[in-house]
Structures are given as C-alpha cells and as structure tokens.
Ligand binder design. Structure first.
Ligand code: ATP
Ligand code: MG
Length: 482
C-alpha cells in the first residue's frame, strides 16, 4: 500500500489500491527542513509512561473517519492517530512554546491552557512557555507572561480565558516576525474556524521562511460546528448549563395562564446546543434551529402549534438557536448586514424578534391574553468553568497537541474522531462547518421527542434553503403532519 501522508492543497488523496483507502496526513517539519535531527522521545523514561505497554503510537495507526461501513464498500478517509512518537524533533531544553487564545469564550479554554503547560513540563520537561495575551494581536502589541504549572495551577476552576482573547488583529507577517524575534518554536493556538484560518496562514509563513517552528490549532467552539471532530470542548458544559435557563422558563410558563417561555441559546450557523439541550430537557415543546426553516402563520405554522399547546397544556416552551430564522428577520427588520472585527456577519436578535411576533399575533389577531417570558442565558453559559467531562476532554486535547508538536508535526489540529484522538490537516476544519443535517437521524429523534411540527409541509417555504438532494427528498415526502 502506498501511503500518502501530505494533503495540504487537496484534502482527498487516493492511494493506489482500489479499496478506496484514503489517508489525510499532516505536515512535518522535515518536509521543509530535511536535515533536522531527531532525538529519542524522553517519555519512555518518565514516571507517567514508564510502565505503559505500547508507549509510542505507531505511524501505521490510523483513525477512520467513517466507523459504519458496509462490507466491500470503499474504506474512506483515515487520519493519523494522536499520541507520543518514538522520535522527537525538539530537545526539551531548547523548546520555547507559546499559547494564544482567540475568538469567543467557551468553557474549558483555561483547562486546555493549563494542560498544555503541565503536559510540556511533566511529560517532556519543557519549562519555557509564554502566554500571548489578548488574541492574535497580542503577539505584537502586548507583553507575554511566563506560564509555569504553578501559575496555571487553578485556572481551570475559573471560566473565560486566563490569557484574554480578541477578534480581528491577525497580521501574519507581524505575528511570524514576533515568533522569530522571541525565539518561539512551538505555537499552540486555541480558537474556532477563524482562528484556524489564521493558524494555517502562520504555518504557511513559517514554512516559507524555513523556520523550525511547529504550529498546532486546538479547536474551540461552543456551537460544536467544527467539522470532522466528534464534539468540541465546552459543548457538553453548555448543554448542561442551558438546562437551568430552560427549567426557569418552564417554571415561569407553567405557573401562569397561557404561559409562553422562550429561551435563546448559542448556535450561529448550527443548532447543536439547542437540539441537544432540548433533547436533554424533556419539557420543551418546540426547538428552532438555523438548519430547519420554519414559518409563523397558517396551517402547520408556529403560531398554530403554540395555540394548540396552550389549549392542550396551558403553557408552551420554545428553545431557539441564535441563527434560527435569520432570513425572516432580515426581511422584516432590514438588519443583520454588519460584521464584527473578524469579519463574521452580525446576526439580529431572533429571540426579541420572535417574542414580539408572538405577542402581536396572540394579542392583536387572536385576541388572547398570553404571559410571555424571554430568557437569553448566552453570556452566563459561555462564562462558566467546564464540567468534569469537558475537563477530561480538554486534558486529552492538550496532551495530544503536545505529543504532536514534540514529534515535529506542524500545520495541524487535534480532536476526537469516533472517540479516538487524531491529527487532522487544518484545512479539513476550515473549509466546511459541522451543521445539523435534517436528513440524519438526530433531528428526527428530536421531532419524535418534542412532537413539534417539522415545518416541511409547505415546500414553497423551503426552496433554496437546502441542497438539491435534500430538496428532492422533501418534495417526494408529501408530509401531512410531522
Ligand atoms: P468563534 O467563532 O468560536 O468565536 P473564531 O476563531 O472563529 O472563534 P473569529 O473572531 O472569527 O473567532 O477569529 C478569531 C481570530 O482569527 C481573529 O483574531 C481573526 O483576526 C482571525 N481570523 C479570522 N479569519 C481569518 C482568516 N481568514 N485569516 C487569518 N486570520 C483570521
Ligand atoms: Mg467562528
């Protein structure tokens, strides 16, 4: 079998066999520094790994992207398994690492910072770690802080990021000049899709200057919208914390006549938090996400469903993702066309919009008295420390990143693929976003749980909102109820 371990320009490279076995490897420093010396990995002598049976991950160990395959079908894409390698390409005493955090807040960032520092120190005896403050622009506009296991000892108990963060300010040349000036040779970059585009640019610049600098991204997004990986850190904590807001809205709604509770959760382009928080809760009557268009008026619309639930149950509880229904809001409010410092589209507040629409409809059109309570817990959720599950997950992410950079890999990101940690080419996580696919099972499970309308009964509302394949399925369905 011919293994092709590089995939920078194209993400899909087939090997010679006809079994469709594809390997998407990550770059290595020796790709552009062929004479770089290597050293035996010191881990074998460390207390932590002394008794581990297979201390080092074999280069032949691969992680399959698809774990459900049919006999005889193409084997599909595989990634390199994360973990320590037999050889390292840095002498520990020569390592000067740095950590930077960019983009929005998310529970678990501090745990990742802490575990990179502790992982470098405890596993590889690397003690020179710098914290870059305030996101990408911190490389050239702020002083660094020296990070030791003692300094970061209890930061995982706190929310936010110990290093502060920002949007915008990515200047590749200035950043790489600074990396060179400070003698940094390992760069750990924690952030979302935008941050990873920046990390890829830094890696390219480092390569073109021929520097012995490893660049690794650690994917951070509370929305769980990063492609390839199973789940992003902080997502689990967010779903759990969202329960408090949903439960509060439920209590408010059920204790009054015609109570309507509306909770807005994070999810700009993908509704995973809203979907999982709804599935976890059990009291939610309707979940609205960006991927599933909905409409308010007429048969099968949201107003009809709200009225039905009020008649049946006396109250109704709605959870919606911030990116849901943006197209209708843009039509009615002519808003939502600005961008933030990183170039992300600013969204209009769908929660306030829906609240007003529901009030207007029931008060003016239906002449009904409703009691509506709207809760937006976004910032309260983003700011909490990560839960136990996410802390473990962040620790594994950080240790995987440390093993990868010590082994000389660069221009890569880390994450679990089918629950195995893998090294993934950066472009795989920047070129597409993970969204809720209505044609997959999870959304059907949610509809089956809430019993809400699917809003697919009026195909004229759906034109242009889905790819052709999904639209064909919808057109063939002739849905009457859900
Ligand atoms: P999240 O969306 O989860 O908050 P993010 O990483 O996507 O995280 P952004 O604010 O979009 O957050 O980007 C973070 C940083 O990455 C910013 O400093 C921004 O300048 C930089 N960045 C964004 N897009 C690019 C790009 N295409 N090239 C280089 N740098 C970029
Ligand atoms: Mg982003």
């Amino acid at each position: 079998r011919r293994l092709i371990m590089r995939s920078q320009s194209s993400t899909v490279i087939n090997d010679d066999d006809d079994d469709g076995f594809i390997i998407q490897g990550v770059p290595h420093l020796t790709d552009f520094l062929p004479d770089l010396p290597s050293y035996p990995n010191p881990l074998k002598k460390s207390q932590a790994y002394a008794i581990v049976k297979n201390t080092f991950v074999s280069p032949k160990d691969l992680v399959a992207e698809n774990n459900i395959i049919q006999k005889g079908s193409p084997r599909g894409v595989h990634f390199m398994r994360a973990g320590p390698r037999e050889k390292v390409y840095f002498l520990p005493e020569k390592v000067r690492a740095c950590i930077v955090t960019c983009g929005g807040l998310c529970p678990g960032i501090n745990t990742v910072i802490r575990e990179i520092v502790c992982g470098l120190s405890n596993m590889y005896s690397v003690d020179d770690v710098l914290g870059i403050q305030g996101g990408y622009r911190g490389f050239y506009s702020h002083n660094t802080v020296h990070l030791t296991p003692k300094v970061v000892n209890d930061i995982h108990k706190r929310g936010g990021t110990f290093l502060q963060t920002s949007r915008g300010g990515h200047d590749t040349k200035k950043i790489v000049d600074n990396i060179q000036d400070r003698g940094i040779n390992q760069v750990y970059i924690i952030g979302g899709d935008g941050t990873h585009k920046g990390a890829a640019a830094i890696y390219k610049e480092v390569e073109s200057r021929g520097l012995q600098v490893s660049v690794v991204g650690i994917p951070k997004t509370i929305d769980n919208d990063i492609a390839v990986i199973d789940k992003s850190f902080g997502f689990d904590t967010a779903v759990e914390e969202a329960q408090r807001a949903i439960n509060a809205a439920h209590v408010e709604a059920e204790c009054v006549e015609n109570g309507v509770g509306i909770v807005k959760l994070m999810g700009r382009y993908s509704g995973f938090i809203a979907m999982f928080a709804t599935l976890a809760n059990g009291d939610v009557d309707c979940c609205l996400i960006p991927e599933s268009p909905f409409y308010l008026e007429g048969q099968g619309g949201l107003f009809e469903y709200i009225e039905q639930r009020l008649k049946e149950n006396g109250h109704v509880l709605i959870v919606l993702a911030e990116g849901a229904g943006q197209e209708y809001i843009a039509q009615s409010m002519k808003a939502g066309n600005g961008t933030d410092a990183s170039g992300n589209r600013l969204l209009s507040d769908v929660g306030l919009w829906l609240t007003q629409k529901v009030k207007d409809h029931f008060t003016n059109v239906r002449k009904m008295t409703i009691n509506l309570k709207y809760i937006d817990p976004t910032y309260m959720i983003r700011a909490i420390p990560s839960n136990a599950y996410d802390n473990i997950y962040c620790t594994l992410l950080a240790q995987s990143a440390v093993h990868g950079t010590m082994a000389g890999f660069t221009g890569f990101t880390v994450g679990p693929v089918n629950s195995r940690f893998a090294y993934i080419p950066i472009n795989r996580v920047t070129e597409t976003q993970n969204i809720v696919k209505l044609t997959d099972r999870m959304w059907a499970r949610l509809l089956a749980s809430t019993n809400q309308p699917s809003f697919l009964g009026k195909p004229e509302y759906l034109q242009g909102k889905f790819d052709k394949e999904t639209m064909d399925i919808i057109n063939r369905m002739q849905i009457t109820s859900i």
